[in-house]
Design a protein. Structure first.
Length: 506
């Protein structure tokens, strides 16, 4: 079957023994990252109450992990190609577990932000390595599609396990306990991974170019920081300077990759419409989703008054939809087409987000649950197929770098989504008209308002909380509308850019 990007053939056509057991170790790493991402959102109200961060610090706690990981994914994917993907995965997993302890015992907002940043450094080693090892373990396209589907479904399952497990912990222990659940998972991953995972690396990788690493990190962080600050506080000189420096660094990064005999990232891959379309679809989809997801747990707990465990269960339909869709996405793309599955999935997410623009403080669960189910299914279809397209478009020796591009799009979209959509929610919320005596901390975050209410007269506290919750919901619905627009635009872009793109059958 012809395609816009022909997968490179490999001389290793014999199926690798033990590949499905090895996959179980890889999905364990994915489960860890997914659980960590979701429990943070659930723990945010408690972190806000205990550490008393400002609204800006709360956003940094939410997105600094994505900032750092987006800046380092390409570098770490390329490093894994050079020193060994198994090695970097196991080292990164051990570091991830150790730094989780620092997250659990952070005692100030500044320490929490630093801990999340360090966790991003460790996390940058995990995701590219898992996808790259799948590319090297599974040479048959149909088996690889199924393996990627299981990989994606596990990530989605983690988004369900995280809130439920986190909710149970938060009802019985302090908020730091949600980070300590990483430790047993990491221990199993390292011990079992040493025995089951095969090592793979690029035969002649060339040197790991430190200048390229610095340029990619500086470029990503500069651009994302500029977007975040501009949305939050307007076009300040510092934000514009950071954006300009970031753009220059990314330009120099691309120029350098074109001149290196063995680049950190082969930017020529973006000449292929299918590869570029898959990456763009991932970036826009996560951008439109992440800011909303970050605040959804706060809506369920602080606006609707659900307990943490109940809030976790409320988010379960999204994971169920994603797991089911991820497992059948490859088959659907072969029966219909890549572009119809990806574009259709993105459109479904966009329409579900549009439905959330009508929610209020007392919206019933049927609307929320149905919207989350559609969001999950759309994400399962689109993300699974785009990951398959990206992986199958490169020789297996470049699997780490290609996987890193996919994950960079995901994490960059998450950082931009929290920065842009999160800033929309925060901006609308801060202006709520509280009654006389409302403390400044109440205007920083809804968690701050709930905490402040405990020290105010009952009648005044009730009026303040009512207006604060109304402002929070107004910000949330506005962010949902922006997210819906982004997702529908991504659907249109994917329809045209993935034209004539197919998944191989053999």
């Amino acid at each position: 079957m012809t395609s816009a990007i022909r997968p490179h053939t490999t001389t290793e056509e014999t199926p690798r023994p033990g590949r499905w057991l090895a996959l179980s170790v890889l999905v364990l790493a994915v489960l860890l990252v997914a659980v960590d991402a979701t429990v943070l959102g659930l723990a945010t109200p408690y972190i806000s109450e205990d550490l008393a961060p400002t609204g800006t610090q709360l956003l940094w706690i939410g997105d600094v992990y994505s900032f750092v990981i987006a800046g380092l994914l390409v570098s770490m994917g390329s490093l894994g190609d050079r020193i060994g993907r198994k090695r970097i995965l196991l080292y990164g997993a051990a570091a991830f577990g150790a730094i989780s302890v620092l997250n659990a015992y952070a005692h100030t907002p500044e320490v929490m932000i630093l801990a999340r940043a360090l966790l991003g450094v460790a996390g940058a080693t995990l995701m590219p390595a898992t996808l790259a090892l799948i590319r090297n373990l599974f040479h048959d396209p149909r088996e690889r599609s199924l393996a990627i589907g299981i990989w994606g479904a596990t990530a989605s399952a983690g988004t369900a396990v995280g809130p439920i497990l986190g909710g149970l912990l938060l009802e019985h222990f302090w908020w730091g306990s949600v980070f300590l659940i990483n430790l047993p998972v990491m221990a199993v991953l390292v011990v079992v991974g040493i025995k089951l995972l095969p090592e793979s690396r690029t035969p002649q990788p060339g040197p790991w170019d430190l200048a390229s690493v610095v340029l990619s990190l500086a470029g990503m962080i500069g651009v994302v920081y500029a977007v975040k600050e501009t949305v939050s506080h307007g076009p300040a000189p510092s934000a514009l300077a950071a954006g300009l420096l970031g753009a220059v660094a990314l330009y120099l990064f691309v120029r350098r990759q074109l001149t290196l005999p063995v680049p950190l990232l082969d930017v020529r891959l973006f000449r292929h419409p299918g590869f570029s379309g898959a990456v763009l679809a991932d970036l826009l989809a996560v951008l439109g989703l992440s800011g909303l997801v970050f605040f959804l747990s706060q809506y369920l707990q602080l606006v609707q008054g659900r307990r943490p465990f109940e809030a976790g269960l409320a988010e379960l339909p999204a994971a169920i939809g994603a797991v089911v869709a991820g497992l059948i996405a490859g088959r659907a793309a072969r029966r219909f087409s890549v572009r119809s599955v990806v574009a259709g999935g993105l459109a479904a997410i966009g329409l579900a987000l549009a439905a959330l623009t009508v929610i209020g403080q007392s919206t019933g669960y049927p609307l929320l649950g149905a919207a989350l189910l559609v969001v999950g299914a759309g994400a399962g279809f689109s993300f699974t197929v785009t990951a398959d397209v990206i992986l199958s478009s490169v020789p297996k020796e470049q699997a780490g770098a290609a996987s890193a591009v996919s994950e960079t799009a995901y994490e960059l979209g998450a950082a931009l989504g929290i920065a842009v959509l999160g800033s929309i929610v925060t901006g609308v919320y801060r202006g709520f008209p509280g009654p006389a005596g409302t403390p400044a901390a109440a205007h920083e975050s809804l968690g701050g308002a709930v905490e402040a209410a405990t020290h105010m007269p009952a009648a005044t506290a009730a009026r303040m909380l009512d207006t604060a919750r109304e402002a929070f919901v107004n910000g949330l619905t506005l962010a949902a509308g922006v997210g819906a627009t982004v997702l529908l635009a991504a659907s249109v872009a994917a329809w045209f850019m993935l034209r004539n793109q197919h998944l191989d059958n053999t």
